[in-house]
Design a protein around this ligand. Structure first.
Ligand code: SAM
Length: 227
């Protein structure tokens, strides 16, 4: 396992990682794969209703549930995926596995995405390989530093909380990220319901809705900006 993390089994049987320095898990303890697909689905539905291909900005890559879930569940064209992640070993571990290196851990993540989505694991992997092969999937570092090469129309905002990543949860960081990465017509999906995030999104023209949260979380934010 990656140094600095421990593997944790969530209640739907899918694995996640806990960051040892803060004790924070990457996903809800109620279910890593179930939470991810629950949070993502309204984003896919909205893009389909707007007849748009996906240009996904994923913050952060973590162990790749968001990206694999997108490969499984978004039936239309994938134009772009920008996966942001500060931890180099998480990027290289995921990329090595996609390139064919063995990893029981990532195989398990993929199998849970497959079972929960009803899409064959091989199809998910093939689509991932094709998206990378076509140069449509970029792996990048911190959202605080990286410039986008193309604005995105779906933002999966899934960083740690302010306890583990305080630098992200300021008005200035969030505003700067929105200006640099969000297309005029775009949707945010996130586990968070933080009032600061809602206020910043609203100040950038997003209409915010609080939906039922997943697991122990009471509410989660969904934000849409239409032209
Ligand atoms: C909750 S986990 C993401 C789980 C992931 N979405 C998945 O599906 O497995 C949060 C991730 O955000 C990363 N992260 C923290 N700060 C970041 C930043 N400034 N830019 C990009 N990624 C960041 C962390 O290293 C961590 O891997």
């Amino acid at each position: 396992m990656l140094e600095g993390y421990e593997q944790v089994m969530t209640q739907d049987g899918s694995p996640t990682l806990r960051l040892l320095r803060s004790g924070e898990c990457m996903h809800s303890i109620s279910g890593a794969v179930s939470e991810t697909l629950y949070i993502l689905q309204p984003g896919f539905d909205w893009l389909v209703s707007q007849n748009l291909p996906i240009r996904l900005c994923s913050v952060g890559l973590g162990i790749g549930y968001v990206e694999l879930g997108t490969m499984a569940l978004f039936g239309r064209e994938i134009s772009r995926i920008n996966s942001f992640e500060t931890e180099g070993p998480l990027i290289s571990g995921f990329q090595d596995w996609l390139n064919g290196c063995e990893s029981d851990f990532y195989d398990e993540v993929l199998n849970h995405v497959s079972q929960s989505s009803g899409v064959q694991a091989e199809s998910i992997r093939d689509r991932a390989a094709k998206t990378i092969g076509a140069g449509k999937w970029n792996f990048k570092g911190s959202i605080l530093n990286e410039a986008p090469d193309e604005l995105c129309n779906m933002i999966s905002f899934d960083p740690y909380s302010g306890k583990s990543s305080p630098e992200l949860w300021t008005e200035e960081s969030l505003s700067s990220f929105i200006k640099r990465h969000c297309a005029p017509e775009s949707i945010w999906v996130t586990y968070s319901s933080k009032p600061l995030l809602r206020e910043v999104l609203q100040s950038h023209g997003f209409h915010c809705v609080l939906r039922q949260g997943y697991g122990l979380k009471k509410e989660s934010l969904l934000a849409i900006r239409s032209t």
